[in-house]
Design a protein around this ligand. Sequence first.
Ligand code: HEM
Length: 202
Amino acid sequence: MAITGLVLSGFLVVHMLGNLQVFLGREVMNHYAETLHANQGLLWGARFVLLLSVLLHAWAAVQLTALKAAARPVGYVKPGNVQGTAASRTMMLSGPVIGLFVIGHLLHLTTGTIHPQFVELHAYENLVTGFSNPIASALYIVAMILVGFHLSHGIWSMFQSVGFSHPRYTPLIKKFAAIFSWILIAGFIAVPISVMTGLVRL
Ligand code: HEM
């Protein structure tokens, strides 16, 4: 779970930085998309690694749920959460919802199936026309907030999984995970917000 989580987080950092090119203008953004698509070997290689990581990550989550159920077959009489944060308690919910978001997102901005003004390889225009729809922008923003919660718990839990836990460093790792996640999410959310406010336009 930790290794596939690391691969997926790495993808998100690259993806967010790629998206920020929308602020450099139409030419730069479209050139970036064209370069990616021109390099089919790299594109399909990355897609394969991503898909494999998502599948293994989900499979590990299913196993973890089964292990937890086996360790505690009888539920607590008084369901209280002494230590868990909201993010940690909702990982098994935020994960599948993010999975559904990714399917919708691919149909929206990669294949254009649910994007009425989609033009192949015109990433800049597709973003601007796509996010001009306030419902689409709102759905993306909500999904990004869920990704933020999922990551902020996932990143620090990744350190626990590989055995790195220390009373002095764990609080620092938690802080790092939260700051890292919310900076990443701010970068993602900046795109729909800039389109809606007219900062980025056709
Ligand atoms: C506001 C946030 C986001 C924006 C504006 C955005 C934008 C885009 C765009 C424009 C593309 C198409 C690129 C192209 O085909 O040239 C794309 C593809 C993709 N995005 Fe996002 N994205 C966002 C968030 C996310 C998140 C949170 C995830 C994962 C959890 C994600 C996963 C993907 C994947 C897997 C692809 C397909 C890459 C491929 O195989 O071609 N995106 N995104």
